[in-house]
Design a binder for this molecule. Structure first.
Ligand code: SF4
Length: 750
């Protein structure tokens, strides 16, 4: 019998970054549980964490590349797969130009330091500006708001949950999601900690979620009403002379302009658009102003609506007006170890719309076009049409609006290449599928999530098993070789050197800790590691906490990270002003004209509110990405893919619990099983997202046995937040009708 060994690593499955303890006997995983010594998560784990074993062992997870022949995917060697990419892609590039190829990055790319560091190289090698990602069905409004306010689209303000006295949380349900754009393992425990130390938690959500159940107060808001309600909070703060901007005030411009634009949003004016009584709005504003510390945190429910950017901006406006920006217990910024020390002074600033989409002129934001516009960019004839697509770790056929149009677009491509471990609803359209290693076959460091973490943490996990095929960075490097004309057989070290030198060049730039050091000399100090780990080493050692290649001997190195498998705690969040500001003025630009100009649209919306039911989305603890629906232990039990309906609506519409309902929107129609529950507001119905696994040509056997219905059949790709291009996935007007039992079906239609 093999001896049992213990291994520690960070869970890559969601933003919480929990520490895992993996027990192996030989190469067999016998148990995964929470790592009690992890400096951040202290043993916390959710059901998905232990399911890593099942994901790793899933027989449906691809181990070899696939190539489509006569409509069927067959396994081929890696060399043949890359040769096929070259054979298909180069003619499109030559005949139709670089802009005829688009890239789509799915959400798992940011859970993986190889992809985080190599993603840009592929786009550069392709020479295209046609970049799309899951960010525009998620958090792009937050990027845009931070970009305009602070000059840096990655300067996410985070609730200091462990020290706050008052947390106002909108459109977030961390009891199911475990936190998002606020990396905080055991988020539920941290929320309960607020109450345990005498603080107050107020949840604003159209659903009485598990998070709302533990709150001191739950306000059922009308879907999409967040921006108007936050504007009303700001109006009350001005009107009642409760403004105290605290230390951030000395770095701030635009206060008077904000006062002017929120003036019309009195609590009475927004009541119909928010369902929140004026006296409650006034009380919450006063409570925020009076609390010793307060954090105003909005997440996906505030982002995936027509005023997502305004809502994100206004969460920070209210934070600033109450003196809670950059203060312990308020909204703060992380300073991840791999980023350099801040450089004081003005930055380059931020803007949107440097380019627009071809068909409907949607502006670019943060270098990306709205993914909701991708299908029309593929389907609409004319010069500049997208003819080839590379997807990486994504399932846009299920995750972006209007799946019917999306699937038609994917089917219409001349060439599609996917880097993905599954043959799913998206990759079934691909000509070539290149499977990356399982997450246990690669090293891990959360470059992205330490930038939004409620403590500053550094934790590196080596790979646990050898990979079946090339590492992710090698796959991307070979795609880069093909795209840049160096050939599938070219030397991928060229690409690895370019990516590494890019990281080192930033480290030696003026004002950086390694200013003036020689790149070639620095390279000689890096360890014999995988290419992605050498890039990581360069970043960690040149970051503010790094050893600066010998200049700071007590700083972080890879060896130090490896010697601390439970992670290194670099302490609570600290004040980052003014160094974090990269605006052109070097100040917080509270009233950037582009944002302020959009407030008029919000004002008009108050008088154009649709009548009738609207659809919202929900998340479940056992799900995150659609491929988790292929893990039996995560999907077993009662059907979770139900249409939640309030009892009074169910009665009015003739629906019964366990029966079927037809839901129809402007773009589609489906039939879903009904769950009658008073956990949802009246006139709101709710479906989870990421389901609909009954398409032919996929290879996800567990998922296809429990397909569920695909909510994105109902969402409309033309409905976007104007500034960020983020898709509107919540507050979709729908019609709901009962289906007589004899003609019922659980499958999506149309
Ligand atoms: S909460 Fe997230 S990081 Fe933690 S175990 Fe679950 S999936 Fe993994």
């Amino acid at each position: 019998m093999n001896e049992r060994t213990l291994h520690y690593r960070t869970c890559p499955l969601c933003e919480a970054t929990c520490g895992l303890e993996v027990s192996l006997e030989g190469d067999t995983i016998v148990r995964i549980r929470g790592d009690r010594d992890d400096v951040f998560s202290r043993g916390f784990i959710c059901p998905k964490g232990s399911a890593l074993k099942h994901l790793h062992e899933d027989p449906d997870r691809l181990r070899s590349p696939l190539v489509k022949r006569d409509g069927r995917h067959i396994e081929v060697s890696w060399d043949d797969a890359f040769a096929e990419v070259e054979r298909l892609l180069l003619p499109v590039l030559e005949e139709h130009g670089r802009e005829s190829v688009a890239v789509y990055y799915g959400n798992p790319t940011v859970h993986n330091h190889a992809m985080t560091t190599y993603a840009g190289a592929l786009v550069q090698a392709l020479g295209t500006k046609q970049l799309y990602s899951a960010a525009t069905v998620d958090q792009m409004p937050r990027h845009v708001a931070s970009g305009f306010l602070y000059g840096d689209p990655l300067a996410f303000t985070l609730p200091d949950v462990d020290r706050t006295h008052y947390l106002l949380m909108l459109g977030a349900n961390p009891f199911e999601s475990n936190g998002s754009i606020a990396t905080a393992p055991d988020f539920p425990g941290r929320l309960q900690g607020i109450r345990a130390r005498g603080g107050r938690l107020v949840v604003v959500d159209p659903r009485h979620t598990r998070t709302a159940r533990v709150a001191d107060e739950h306000l059922m808001i009308r879907p999409g009403g967040d921006a108007a309600w936050l504007a009303a909070l700001a109006q009350v703060l001005f009107d009642e002379h409760l403004i105290d901007t605290g230390p951030a005030g000395e770095h701030l411009d635009g206060l008077d302009e904000v006062r002017r634009v929120v003036e019309p949003f009195t609590p009475e004016v927004v009541e119909r658009a928010t369902w929140i009584a004026p006296e409650v709005t006034r009380r919450i504003a006063r409570e925020l102003a009076a609390a010793p510390t307060a954090a105003v945190y909005g997440r996906i429910g505030t982002n995936t609506v027509p005023f997502g950017t305004l809502a994100s901006w206004l969460t920070d406006v209210v934070t600033i007006l109450t003196g809670n920006l950059d203060q312990p217990g308020g909204m703060m910024w992380a300073h991840p170890a791999h980023l350099p020390p801040h450089r004081p002074g003005p930055g380059r600033g931020f803007d949107i719309g440097r380019r627009s989409t071809r068909v409907n002129g949607h502006p670019e934001a943060y270098g990306q076009f709205p993914v909701a516009a991708l299908p029309e960019e593929i389907l609409t004839p004319g010069p500049g049409r997208i003819r080839a697509l590379v997807t990486v770790a994504g399932n846009p056929a299920r995750s972006i609006p209007d799946s019917t149009q999306t699937e038609a677009a994917l089917a219409a491509l001349d060439v599609m290449v996917s880097v993905d471990p599954y043959l799913n609803e998206t990759t079934r359209h691909a000509d070539v599928v290149l499977p990356p290693p399982s997450s246990l076959q690669r090293s891990h460091y959360d470059l992205a999530f330490y930038g939004q973490s409620v403590r500053n943490i550094a934790n590196y996990s080596p790979a646990l098993f050898e990979a079946d095929g090339p590492a992710e960075e090698e796959i991307i490097a070979r795609l880069c070789l093909i795209a840049s004309g160096l050939g599938a057989e070219g030397d991928s070290q060229i690409i690895h050197d370019l990516v590494l030198d890019g990281a080192l060049r930033r480290a030696v730039a003026p004002g950086r800790p390694l200013e003036g050091r020689d790149l070639a000399e620095l390279r000689t100090h890096l360890g014999q590691r995988s290419p992605a780990d050498r890039v990581l080493e360069a970043l960690v050692r040149s970051g503010w906490a790094g050893d600066h290649f010998g200049n700071n001997p007590t700083g972080l190195t890879m060896e130090r990270l490896e010697a601390n498998p439970h992670g290194i705690d670099l302490g609570p969040l600290t004040s980052q002003l003014p160094g974090i500001l990269r605006t052109r003025s070097g100040r917080i630009e509270l009233a950037a004209p582009t944002i302020v100009d959009d407030v008029d649209r919000l004002r008009r919306w108050l008088h154009e509110l649709p009548d009738g039911p609207v659809l919202v989305s929900r998340r479940h603890l056992r799900s995150n990405n659609s491929w988790m629906h292929n893990v039996e232990i995560l999907v077993k039990g009662r059907d979770r893919c139900t249409l939640q309906v309030h009892p009074a609506d169910a009665e009015a519409w003739g629906l019964v619990d366990g029966g079927q309902a037809r839901v129809t929107s402007a773009v589609g129609s489906l039939v879903a099983p009904v769950e009658v529950t008073d956990e949802i507001a009246r006139s709101v119905v709710c479906l989870p997202h990421g389901w609909g696994h009954d398409a032919p040509g996929t290879r996800m056997r567990v998922a296809s046995r429990r397909p569920g219905v695909n909510t994105n059949i109902l969402t409309d790709g033309s409905n976007l937040d104007v500034l960020s291009g983020n898709a509107v996935l919540n507050g979709i007007p729908v019609e709901v009708t009962a289906i007589p039992p004899t003609v019922s079906s659980t499958h999506p239609e149309d």
